[in-house]
Structures are given as structure tokens and as C-alpha cells.
Design a protein around this ligand. Sequence first.
Ligand SMILES: *[C@@H]1O[C@H](CO)[C@@H](O)[C@H](O)[C@H]1NC(C)=O
Length: 309
Amino acid sequence: MKNFRGGKIVGNGGRWQSLGLPFVFLLCISFFLAGFFGSALFSQPDEWSMQPRPKPRVLESVAEKSTAPEEDRRFDPLAHGKSGEGFLTSIPFQVLSLNPRALYFPNFATAEQCQSIIKMAKVELRPSSLALREGETEESTKGIRTSSGMFISSYEDKTGTLARIEEKISKATMIPKSHGEPFNVLRYEIGQRYQSHYDAFSPSEYGPQKSQRVASFLLYLSDVEEGGETMFPFEGGVNMDSNYDYSKCIGLKVKPRRGDGLLFYSLFPNGTIDPTSLHGSCPVIKGQKWVATKWIRDQEQEDYYPKSN
Ligand SMILES: *[C@@H]1O[C@H](CO)[C@@H](O)[C@H](O)[C@H]1NC(C)=O
């Protein structure tokens, strides 16, 4: 009520009559306007509110862009095929890049699932190895990949965690689970890294391939205090013509966060290797990095199912 100058109505409702009709009329108008704009504020928040309403932080919602009335935007599941589902699935992702095709999946797995995978892997860690090119030896490639790791298939995990993760990966990629190699669970300690490399095997360097890696899905099992990013030094086509030092941590970097997923494609849709899919793991500076990698191939994997003997 402070806003009303003149002071006569302040703190006392009994003197309305003495104010005269014009003032009351004005008062009514202002209440009406206040009500009108007040309601408009709720129905059209973007145009009318004084402070912009906090938007969902990063979610670009389809509904927001749509001009269709609210009721029409609801979506009921359709009749589905034998292998389909009667419900909608939502797996949020962010497009990190189109060169290479890289998607980020926040909270892809739960903290419990991550802990369970680490627990399984911990007891079986061995120094990670490399696929060697012609002329390379274990000695000559020392220092390129310094993590420890182990391989585990989903059928070996009695808790069912890996099977659930695998299921979700196959939904996110629409590539059948049977095209996946066993999970490679890796641990990087301080200073440990993986220099930039391709996950796909170029036949000119590695000889003829029975099958090729199409895509890689990395599930970060831990946060890393500092360092340990997954880097794409050629992202967007940069650094490619210079003499890039493969141990250098440059380009697009993805910070590991427990439960988050990173998917990128090593091949173009036509099956040739995407040169921008070069990537590596920056050295861990502080803390420890745990990651589960799933390499996805163009052929079904013979060892995907447990041996039936
Ligand atoms: C395959 O696709 C890439 C990207 O579109 C293109 O640059 C390349 O020339 C294609 N290669 C062949 C052999 O078709």
C-alpha cells in the first residue's frame, strides 16, 4: 500500500467514500491491469516475465519449439513389432561433434552400477596391451598405453549389471548387442594415459580385417579429479595437416564423470575410417580414472554368446 500517495487509505479501510469516485475507478482499473498482466505472466512466460524464467539448463525440448497445442504433443506408444516395446524410452544425449560423430550421455549408468563393475574388474587387472602394426614390438610401443585393464563379457557378470548396460548401449546405437566385443574395463592411475589412436583398424596398417570396429562406447565409472579427459585432437578437422604429436592432449576434451557415457563412431556411414575419430586419454593428473569400453563391430561377434560345451 505504500505506493499509494495521498496517504488517505493507508492503514484504514473506513474512509473509501471520502476519496471520491474517480479515485476508486482508477483503483479498479489498476487492479484489473495488475490481474491481467499477472495472468499473462503465467500463460506467456517468455514474453511477459520481467526476469526470464529459468530454462531447463541444456535441454532443447521439442515441445518448446512446437506450435501445436499441449494436448497434441502427447505421444502414446504405437502397436509394435515382435522385438519392439510397448513403452517410450528416453536416453538424453548431447551431440558433442559431428566430426567425428560423438554423443555424450549424462547419467547413463547409476553410481551403484559403476561401483559394481569396478569391484568385478579390480581383482583381474593386467597391464593393457596394444594391437601391433607391422614392424611394431611391445618394446617399441611402450608408453603409448599405460593403463591396466581386463575384459569381461556380460554373461560372465552374475549381477546382471553389464547385461543391463549392454542393453542400453544397443538401444542408444541401434546396433545389436551381439556386435559388441566384451567390455574392456580400464584403470588409469596418475600419469597413465593412452596416446591418440584409432579404434578402427586400417587394413593398410594392420592387414586385412575379418570385421571392423564401427563405434566405441565409453562408460566412465569414476570421476577424475584432474586430467584423464578423452580427447579428440582432430575434432572439427583441425590439427590434421600439422605434425601432431600423438602424446599431446589437445582438441575436444571430454571430462570423465561417474556414470556418464561417450559414444563416437570410427567409421563413416560408407564404412571408411573417419580420420577425425582419432582420440586418446589424457594423463591422469589427480585421482584415478576407471572406464568401461565397449567396441562395437560391423560383424556379429562369435564369442558374444557363452560357449555351449
Ligand atoms: C566415404 O564417406 C566420406 C564422408 O562422407 C567421404 O569423405 C569419402 O570420400 C567416402 N569414401 C568412399 C570410398 O566412398
